[in-house]
Design a protein around this ligand. Structure first.
Ligand SMILES: [Zn+2]
Length: 214
């Protein structure tokens, strides 16, 4: 697994900036200070923002910047790590590990129900993959590049059911766990069934189909 970011969290004046700069020099990485980003954006110092707008306003900005930068990124590392060892795990273990995916990911605030949650798996998946150096999903335009498969999302009108056809490079049981993990994040009692009448990657087909209900 290769991490591409480290976050230093601590009280004011704890020495985060000093440690971050030293680490950045050592690793040949870039140090980014969230306070500085906020100051540039607001054209005010942190002290002025606290005085004029209040702490709640400052914390909201801080959260917005952190979510921008962290949303979904752990998913990429996590998928990369597990896809490497996935084939050697049994189906039960793959399914269970898949279900833990949401707990590794900072969910964007736009994911707020089972529909946005299941649809969001594919968005996060594409935001984390690059084609010619460009992220495959652009949140600004909603444009998505293809080529790595999809986590499907097809709601069944009038029913508490979603059909998800997945044709990613990951194993069937792993994806079944991931999709269920995102579904149960928003609907505790959600269930998932493998549609055995549809093709399955275990049999060499390019996709699997899952039925989510709650
Ligand atoms: Zn399958």
């Amino acid at each position: 697994m290769k991490a591409d970011k480290l976050y230093l969290v601590g009280f004011m004046a704890a020495g985060k900036t000093t440690v971050a700069r030293a680490l950045a020099r050592r690793l040949d990485w870039q140090a980014v200070d969230i306070d500085e980003l906020i100051e540039q954006r607001e054209h005010l110092t942190v002290a002025e923002i606290f005085a004029k707008r209040g702490e709640a306003y400052f914390r909201a900005l801080e959260r917005e910047i952190l979510i921008d930068q962290t949303a979904w990124y752990p998913l990429e590392n996590w998928l990369a790590a597990f896809s490497a060892i996935a084939e050697s795990l049994g189906p039960r273990a793959l399914f269970q590990i898949g279900q833990t995916a949401p707990s590794f990911v900072v969910l964007p605030p736009t994911l707020n129900d089972i529909h946005s949650g299941v649809a969001g798996v594919n968005v996060g998946y594409h935001m984390n993959h690059r084609k010619d150096g460009v992220p495959m999903f652009d949140p600004a335009t909603g444009h998505m590049l293809t080529g790595i498969g999809d986590y499907g999302y097809a709601p069944v009108p009038g029913e508490r059911r979603i059909i998800s056809r997945c044709d990613t490079p990951y194993p069937c049981d792993f994806d079944r766990g991931i999709v269920l993990g995102f579904a149960t994040k928003f609907e505790k009692g959600a269930r998932i069934e493998h549609d055995d009448s549809a093709p399955c990657r275990k049999n060499g087909h390019p996709s699997c189909t899952y039925l989510i209900s709650w």
